[in-house]
Every structure is written in C-alpha cells, then in structure tokens.
Write a protein that binds this ligand. Structure first.
Ligand SMILES: [Zn+2]
Length: 289
C-alpha cells in the first residue's frame, strides 16, 4: 500500500513525436516563439511575434524580388579549382563543394543574371549562405564581377543581395582575397559609367563580402536585425576586453551610425527597390572624376 494512497490521476506516456511532428514547427531564433511552418511561409519567413527575418535561399530571394520567370541566369557553369589541394577535418575542398551542391541544388554560392523588377530591367545577383556559408571564392567573385561589368556595358542598374557568414573562402586562400579587390575595382568603373548599384544586406553579411562589394552600394538597404560587419561581435569582445553596446553590428545600429541607408521589412523590399530604380533613373547625379 503506498504511503499517500492511490494516485488520483493516471500517468499517460505520450510520445513527443505524436503531439509535435517534426517539420511542422520552427522555433524563432530571436524570441523563442514556436511558429507553425505554414504561418512562417505565408509571412515570408518572418517571425510574426518579433519580426525576426529568417535566412532565405537564393531561389527564394529570386521568387521574392524578381518578376515571375524573368530571371535568366548567366555563368552557371563556372566551377572553382582546388588551388591549395585543401584538406580540412571534414574532407577535401572538392568534396565539400559537391556536398553543398547536392544540398542546395546550386552550382555555387552565387546566382547572377538578368531580370526585371516591376518591369524594370536590372542585372541581379544573390548569394546563398547555405552554400559554404555564402563565402566568396574565385567563382563567386568572378560571377559578381561579370555582373558588374555587364551592368556597366549595358548601362543597367545592378542589384546584389548579400548573405554571407563566411566572407572570403579560406579553402582558396589568396585567390579568394583577390576577389575583394576585383569586385571593388569593377564597381568603381560602374560608378564612373553611371548606372546605380543597390546593395541589399541580409542576415548575416560579414567579413570579406562586407569589406568589398556589399558595402559599396550607392544605396545600401538592410533587412531588420541583420548582423552586418567585418569581424563578429564575440571575437571583438575577446580582443578589446570590453562589452559591446546593445544591438552592435545589427542593421538598426548601423542605420543610426550612417553605414546603412534604410532598414526595410522583407514585405516592403521589392516595392522599395522598384521605387529607388524609378528615382535613380531620373535623378542620378553626374559623377565627377
Ligand atoms: Zn521571434
């Protein structure tokens, strides 16, 4: 006979899997809210509670920003070599590329091409942070540079959506770092020729990507709460032995400090780009040498 008598309730073992099937819910990375996936998709992958913007893939970005079926990709067949014969703890560089190609169905971390946005012709590029953290190796750098050069030759506005936690791709060493100078020099020539460059920064845009083409827009837009910078906040804190201010390196902080021109909610992004294209096509100031 139990000391406290017979329990007045029955314990029923419920498998978590039965009550909460996998793949139906997502936890918000910022506020912790559990969001029904269907609601998250309908809300363009933005948390309905705190407006945290989840990462989008490059194809999702194209669906979001580009007029339906107007995207014509160029340079899809460019492939990186393995100049350093790089071998990491999880395998060789070509093996990692193959793995990410299978995961994303992309050939590399950037998609570039021609497109229209609300009927306006543009050259459009987007990086995908699922593919080697959106890092810039020689293929990403070359694709971005060719996009800039096409915009320059054909006098078309250039739009690039950046998302890279990786910056320059370490597996290609110096060849990766060279892409920073190459893309920046090509943008200087575009600037001289006149067409506008709208750079869109998404969570996260860091290191070699941010320190080259992503920060050189005539207009720089950022999605809310995106982490944007060169070195991450944890490394900076460890180096300077000081606590960083709240929201440091987030879009809103950078807007306040002049690095970003506008922080735009994902729902308003396409409309804002279209308005900017309209404005910049008629009000572009003449550049001086
Ligand atoms: Zn949230």
């Amino acid at each position: 006979m139990p000391i406290f008598g017979k329990p007045k309730y029955t314990v029923v073992k419920v498998s978590r899997k039965k009550t909460m099937p996998e793949g139906l819910w997502t936890k918000c990375e910022d506020c912790g809210e559990i969001i029904y996936n269907k609601v998250l998709e309908e809300n363009l992958r933005v948390c309905p509670k705190c407006q945290y913007h989840f990462v989008l893939s490059a194809p999702q970005r194209i669906t979001l920003l580009i007029d339906s079926s107007s995207f014509e990709e160029f340079d899809r067949d460019l492939r990186s070599l393995d100049p350093l014969q790089f071998k990491g703890p999880k395998g060789s560089y070509p093996e990692k590329v193959k793995e990410d190609q299978a995961l994303t169905t992309l050939s590399e971390a950037a998609l570039c091409g021609r497109a229209t946005i609300e009927g306006k012709k543009v050259i459009f590029g987007v990086t995908d942070s699922r593919f080697m953290m959106g890092s810039m190796g020689s293929v990403v750098g070359e694709k971005i540079t060719r996009s800039i050069e096409t915009a320059t030759e054909e006098h078309l506005p250039l739009i690039i959506v950046s998302g890279s936690g990786g910056g320059a791709r370490m597996q290609e060493g110096m060849l990766s770092l060279m892409q920073m100078a190459k893309t920046s020099a090509a943008l200087a020539r575009l600037h001289k020729a006149g067409p506008p460059f709208i750079s869109i920064l998404t969570n996260p845009t860091m290191a070699g990507v941010m320190a080259s083409f992503a920060s050189l827009g005539d207009v720089i837009l950022a999605e809310p709460k995106a982490l944007i910078g060169f070195t991450g906040p944890r490394v900076i804190e460890q180096t300077i032995h000081q606590r960083l201010p709240h929201g440091f390196q987030r879009s809103e902080f950078l807007l306040e400090h002049g690095l970003v021109d506008m922080v735009i909610h994902r729902k308003a992004l396409k409309g804002t780009i279209a308005k900017l294209l309209e404005y910049l096509s008629t009000n572009r100031p003449k550049t001086e040498d």
